[in-house]
Design a protein around this ligand. Sequence first.
Ligand SMILES: Nc1ncnc2c1ncn2[C@@H]1O[C@H](COP(=O)(O)OP(=O)(O)OP(=O)(O)O)[C@@H](O)[C@H]1O
Ligand SMILES: Nc1ccn([C@@H]2O[C@H](COP(=O)(O)O)[C@@H](O)[C@H]2O)c(=O)n1
Ligand SMILES: [Mg+2]
Length: 222
Amino acid sequence: MRGGLVASARLLPRPLVRWFLQRRAQQDINENMSGGKKVKIIFVLGGPGSGKGTQCSNIVEHFGFIHLSAGELLRAEINSGSENGTMIDTIIKEGKIVPSEITIKLLQEAIIKGGNDKYIIDGFPRNEENRVVFESVINISPEFVLFFDCSEEEMERRLLGRNQGRSDDNIETIRKRLKVFVESSLPVIEYYESKGMVKKIDATKPAPEVFEDVKAIFTHMA
Ligand SMILES: Nc1ncnc2c1ncn2[C@@H]1O[C@H](COP(=O)(O)OP(=O)(O)OP(=O)(O)O)[C@@H](O)[C@H]1O
Ligand SMILES: Nc1ccn([C@@H]2O[C@H](COP(=O)(O)O)[C@@H](O)[C@H]2O)c(=O)n1
Ligand SMILES: [Mg+2]
């Protein structure tokens, strides 16, 4: 059925296709979330190794959000043997950013499956394309953007010591990821900053201290 829709979508003007996808994504999300409440999203950004995953686990435990990590979803897609797996694997090993339609489809499916009304989305949007396509397809503005600010030396040190068997935790890929962060991800954070939506946290401190600052933000939000 969906394959047929994709085939006929090729015959339609692009704005109409975008409008149709946007409507369907919103309907899917609204129909599947719990309690009929509006879905709330918080983007969690920061360089590689800044501690996004670590702090998201704490947020889930204390504040009842569902944690969606774009990187984890992409790694699961590789492991599922999907037709895009090899391409995603190559991009991750190069420290580059996967085309937005792939990542957003995975996020959309995870939001629908999650059935909750509160999500922290970790490692997304990673570039302007991610941001713009998410806005046009999912059309939910984040409540705010949590930005873990950490020095490059500290991020590099943490990633080299992470020891979780990730294919991108090697010095060559780490350096590329840091470069991509500065060139592609920081402009997204600056965009949200210009809209007064960024809550910046000093992430160079030890993890429990970082969580104290995170807690203050989420406690005020509740
Ligand atoms: N505040 C901290 N101080 C010291 N080590 C930390 C801190 N926060 C996280 N770590 C450790 O640093 C490593 C990277 O943390 P984490 O995986 O949470 O980062 P991340 O931002 O999710 O990275 P990536 O973008 O690569 O997924 C982990 O080994 C973690 O235990
Ligand atoms: N929006 C995103 C997020 C991640 N990626 C790719 O996955 C890699 C790992 O991401 P982590 O958040 O787990 O560090 C990242 O370096 C990218 O290659 C992406 O393409 N788009
Ligand atoms: Mg992570």
